[in-house]
Design a protein around this ligand. Structure first.
Ligand code: HAM
Length: 426
């Protein structure tokens, strides 16, 4: 036997019993997006490497820790598997001039993303996100709307989330703060973790994000961005106050987190992460990114969005393995002629809307009935010479052990009725 091939590290299969939880999550997300008038966009799974490099930013985790899966295509150009969803949505927004269709574009996506990270619980090399991007509004109301959508989505799934949020000011006001922070950190570099020392040059703000206790100690007496903005950036401070006022009015559970910075460089003003009790890392995150559309060659259009990690949401919901949807009918064929006709009968059943299956290997009546039982089929449709002659089906209700001989049309009517009742009760 040749050696079997395993899936790549940090990726996972979603087996049939796990799929219903994914489908339910996705359906819930679509339904909530529809209520908020967001519309789906699907962008390629790979784009030019330059798009992701320019959007994530040189101090982002994606670039600093070289997380991109990049490859050179036969045409000699470099492409990368998308590490996140915002860049592709912005690229499409610019390329298709969506700004000309109306002042505001509200998009959502359900995507797979690829990051070369050290795999651990809740952190994968291929992960999925459901996210939204709202282009064309700079108001605190649009921030609150996007946060409310995410919160409604999590509530609809039964999760009680806590939003942690912060304001990052504008690139200009942040620059002033970074200068102050650098001054504070001067002479204290040696006490920082290696990672933070590396970030010092590119983006010292990220040190606030560090989990390393050495960094926490150094930062104890450091200036705080929120305090700095209160003094130097009134517009951002007022914007943030209005966001909080709306979250209060919406009765959304939130907490200001002055250390929240985010791992991507494009954020300005409101930045947030969703957490749930008992789950260590955040299950979703996002924020405002007013400069990105222009930076990527588009018009000067403000935007805000979030991405919710599907695997993390499902982990937070706990194990939920479902029964695989059973076929309504299992076709049992007796004799050569019935076996010869089975594929045709089965196709007609399926075309009529019945979920139906059969035995493929010519087993005995007993073995076929066992298989119908194993699949948890509601009915066995038994066809032998008598049924072929009279153009009927013997319809056996597996639970009630009751059997009727029906015409094909009557059998289909009964099976569809049973299917409908089952769908209504589930
Ligand atoms: P992000 O914080 O990098 O933001 O990712 C969003 C969410 O995706 C995280 O909160 C987490 O739940 C999930 N996630 C990220 N990386 C992994 C991983 N390696 N394994 C499992 N789950 C992961 C963004 O990607 C932004 N594009 C969000 C956004 C949209 N900001 C504005 N618009």
């Amino acid at each position: 036997m040749s050696k079997s091939i395993q899936l790549p590290r940090g990726t996972h299969d979603v087996l049939p019993e796990e799929s219903p939880a994914w489908q339910q999550l996705e359906a819930t997300f679509r339904a909530v997006c529809a209520r908020y008038n967001f519309h789906e966009i699907r962008t390629p799974i790979f784009e030019s490497t330059e798009l992701f490099a320019r959007s994530a930013g040189e101090s982002s985790d994606i670039l600093v820790t070289k997380q991109m899966y990049s490859f050179v295509a036969p045409d000699g150009d470099s492409y990368s598997l998308r590490p996140e969803g915002t860049a592709g949505a912005v690229r499409a927004y610019i390329q298709h001039n969506l700004n000309q269709r109306g002042p505001v574009s509200k998009l959502f996506y359900i995507n797979s993303h690829f990051r070369y990270e050290a795999p651990q619980a809740g952190r994968y090399r291929q992960h999925h996100q459901c996210g939204v991007e709202l282009f064309g509004a700079d108001s605190a109301e649009s921030d609150a709307e996007v946060i409310a959508l995410a919160d409604d989505f999590l509530s609809a799934l039964g999760l009680r989330a806590l939003v942690k949020l912060n304001t990052l000011g504008t690139p200009q006001s942040r620059q002033g703060f970074v200068a102050q922070l650098r001054k504070y950190l001067q002479g204290r570099e040696a006490q920082l973790s290696e990672d933070s020392r590396k970030r010092l040059e590119l983006n010292p703000l990220r040190i606030f994000d560090s989990k390393d206790p050495r960094d926490h100690q150094v930062l104890e007496g450091a200036p705080r961005l929120l305090d700095y903005l209160k003094e130097h950036d009134e517009a951002s401070t007022q914007h943030f106050a209005r966001v909080l006022e709306l979250l209060d009015a919406f009765e959304i559970r939130y907490e200001i987190d002055v250390n929240l910075v985010r791992g991507l460089d494009y954020y300005s003003r409101t930045a947030f992460e969703f957490t749930v009790e008992g789950f260590g890392s955040s299950i979703g995150g996002g924020g405002r990114y007013n400069g990105l559309v222009e930076e990527l060659g588009g018009p000067s259009v403000p935007a805000i969005g979030f991405g919710m990690g599907i695997e993390r949401v499902l982990l937070a919901l706990g194990e939920s393995k479902a029964q695989v949807l059973a076929p309504t009918a299992f076709l049992v064929s007796l004799g050569d002629e019935a076996r010869r006709l089975a594929p045709i009968t089965l196709r007609k059943l399926r075309q009529a809307g019945v979920r139906a299956d059969c035995d493929y290997v010519g087993r005995s009546l007993k073995a076929q009935m066992r298989e119908a039982n194993r699949m948890k089929a509601r009915f066995a449709l038994i066809v032998g010479d008598n049924e072929i002659e009279s153009n009927t089906l013997a319809v056996k209700n597996m639970e009630a052990s009751q059997q009727d001989t029906l015409s094909f049309d009557d059998a289909v009517a009964q099976l569809l009725q049973a299917q409908l009742l089952q769908a209504q009760s589930s």
